[in-house]
Design a protein around this ligand. Structure first.
Ligand code: PCA
Length: 195
């Protein structure tokens, strides 16, 4: 079987859960051609990417799919691009709040995700799961991890991608979009099948 390293984040910004990790925990251990290795990452600049790359070094995965929570989004959104920028609106879980600094000193401005993001969206659309491509993963810890992994695996056969998922219904008040954990997990399974 192929090896998929799949990650979610710990709660941040005063939340008690992070949708991304709740979803990872519920995914089957085998999906399509992949055997999954699950890893929780801390919402901390630099540290999250270091832990991911350490895990990848020992696992040697065929693909890396990182998940993060993007409160306010209406659907499951594969990210098209990671940018070489750290710019935080809120502190991370260790109090870091960088402004206008690169993820990788001297690195290119951006990398495109190397997982088939369009096929992943098509598979979810066909099942009427709310979803869509996203052209910005922000400049917080999620983007940090995406850019770092794309930089590290550029030119190798390891495919890298990032998917943001919405809040759960229990995390939001009126007017803020959310998705049930069941729908998020169903969508992610379809997206992984399409990889
Ligand atoms: N979402 C944040 C970091 C951790 C998470 O789940 C982000 O979008 O950068």
């Amino acid at each position: 079987m192929k090896k998929l390293l799949i990650t979610g984040f710990d709660p941040f910004d005063g939340e008690t859960v992070n949708t991304s990790w709740e979803a990872v925990k519920l995914l089957a251990d085998e999906i399509g051609p992949y055997r999954l290795t699950k890893l929780q990452l801390p919402t901390v600049f630099g540290k999250a990417a270091d832990l991911l790359l350490d895990a990848a070094k020992s696992l040697q995965p065929d693909a890396i799919l990182c998940l993060g929570q993007a409160g306010g989004r209406k659907g499951i959104t594969p990210e098209v691009v990671g940018i070489n920028l750290r710019e935080a609106r809120i502190p991370d879980n260790q109090g870091n709040q960088p402004q206008n600094v690169p993820v990788v000193e001297g690195g290119p401005a951006a990398y495109f995700a190397t997982l088939p993001v369009r096929a992943m969206v098509s598979a979810m659309e066909a099942a009427q799961i709310p979803c869509g491509l996203s052209y910005s993963a922000g400049a917080f810890v999620c983007n940090d991890v995406l850019y770092s992994a794309l930089h590290h695996f550029q030119g190798t056969s390891t495919q890298v991608g990032f998917v943001h998922v919405p809040f759960l219904p229990e995390q939001v008040g009126d007017g803020v979009p959310s998705m049930t954990l069941q729908d998020i997990v169903r969508g992610l399974m379809l997206a992984i099948h399409a990889m």
